[in-house]
Write a protein that binds this ligand. Sequence first.
Ligand code: SF4
Ligand code: SF4
Length: 344
Amino acid sequence: MEKSLFLNKHNLQPFLSGIAADYAVYVPVRKGKHRFFKKYTGTTDEVVIGEVRPFEPLKAFFSRAKEIVAKGFEDTIPHATDKPFAIVGVKACDLKGFKVQDFVFKDQGFKDPFYIKNREENLIIGADCTCAIDTCYCLALGVKPYPQEDFDINLSQIEEGFVVKVGSSKGEAVVKKNASLFEEASEGQLMEKENQRARVHLEVEENIKKNNVPSQELFGGIIERNYKSEIWADEAKTCVECGACNTICPTCHCFLLFDQRDEKQMARFRIWDSCMIKEFARVAGGANPRPKLWMRLRNRFEKKFDFFPKVSNVYACTGCGRCITACPAKIDIRKVLRRLVNNA
Ligand code: SF4
Ligand code: SF4
């Protein structure tokens, strides 16, 4: 059986400080009800490794919200020169987002040099969820509340510290470099980890039941069957077209390119875009294939629950629940999915 390691909670600070020699380390900290990523400053007082996913999505570390992709008339790629990131406390619902982001930026015909560089260089330290919040429904999308793949190192928080799993050669190198901080995990510690995973699993199951969230096994054909349904217009009634549901989502990836002069020269910028905004699909001459808000809402669901399963065999939703919290119009993806499933 593969050996698991244990990191005592008193060794978290030297571990993170050791990593900070090679990476710009970002850690989750709690502010009020939410958790946010913050640059590690050498102290672990505010760091929250367990609990649930932070407010902002992981994608922000891989495709920046705004970046320069070409400068002047140079033919070199203007990569950022900062240290690569080590992102700590990444949850399974964000890691699942890689299935979509990798498909778009890395694994198909188009190879995005910025995304690929970040994927290759950044270090991901995952973490089990140690509780669930009301909006969590990862299990309905087949995502467990603990990372199973796509991490370099994973930390399962228990009473005295963390059970550690290494997931890549990059993670192996980091653990080796800090070997004196780790010991072999005991049977009791492994059992504590499993018991906690089972408890959180149950919490998410209860959430799903309480909120009547349909499971992905029922999603087949829901968009096609409801294409002309009144549901879209009804759900879009309160939408204010802010685009928060897209920007907060770990799987949404659409972007806009534009040219602008910076202090000295012309530069081409890339910023995140939102398919909920009217101008998103407008073409030269002013024609717009999705002029109505309900059409754009339908398109958002179509992309997530029809297009992506068809082209890459994955639903472009991880059940993270962020869009539920972020939407000022209180449009709840779980309720829309339930209506679509029931209306079939
Ligand atoms: S659609 Fe909503 S719940 Fe699904 S991954 Fe995106 S933000 Fe999370
Ligand atoms: S977050 Fe809500 S209000 Fe904003 S665009 Fe999305 S659905 Fe509309």
